[in-house]
Write a protein that binds this ligand. Sequence first.
Ligand SMILES: [Zn+2]
Length: 323
Amino acid sequence: MNLYPWQQNEWQQLQNYIQQNRVPQALLINGALGIGKQHLAEQFAYALLCEHPKNGGFSCGECSSCLLLKADTHPDFMDIKPEEIGKNITIAQIRNLMEKLSLKPQFERYRVVLIHPADALNNAAANAFLKYLEEPTERTILILVTHRMNKLPATIKSRCQKFTMAMPEKSLVLQWLSQKTANSEIVLNLAQGSPLLAQKYATDEHLTQRRDCFGEFLAVANQKNHPVIIAEKWLKLPEATLLFWISSWVIDLMRYRHQSSPKNLYHADFKRELSELSSRVNPLKLYEFYDLLLQSRQRIETQINKQVLWEEILIAWAILNRS
Ligand SMILES: [Zn+2]
């Protein structure tokens, strides 16, 4: 597969750069998480390096340049990423890169540096990088990829050509997802429109975990399980995901308060339980509870004791259901 189905327009824009011979020296590809930015950036890099691009501008996969790429030994392609996932790109990595870039490209075509995620450049690395951007070497294209533009220094952003990938069209994504899972609508809602995240949710434990948690959430509402016990169980789950689930259950409940059969539910597969629950909760109390969840979104980023956080939320939820 050369591209995801929602990337045709963006690919054409990148091709225009090549055809019009105005490929930016530093291109900053940005957009939401899980829409295939990295994939598009790689395809573009390969196309820049290929000696005989195919129709549509894709790399041929057969020329000497493409073969070197496949073997991970292309001297004019540099892939810069954190040495460990979640860590920074270090000043040592950037110094090493700068040393290589001070030499001429080995081949006649472009030299390409891919930096991802660009927001992982630490301050020192970003400064070293900035110096290079002021005096870049010939035929060298830097491609930076990020889904967190706000974490990138303004000085770097201002020296790059920004290339923003839009959120893909839902119908295209659903068509693509439905070939992979029967739960395409649900996982896409849970992934808030992000196709690759939705695909991940369809294949990992996500849906089962969500169902289990929802069962526990209901058990607390029905006084069949104790908030403190459930809070302890929830410690092993990813916090942001869990908080999103709870918030979206509450949003779905609010939707049920306003309409008898609301559309666009986050959790359409929990319809029966949600509808039943919504008929007996106090709407004002539900808004208060939602406020608590919004505050928790900020607290989750701090060093707060997570057991205490889940206890607070679940106790408030239990009280709400008793009143
Ligand atoms: Zn090729």
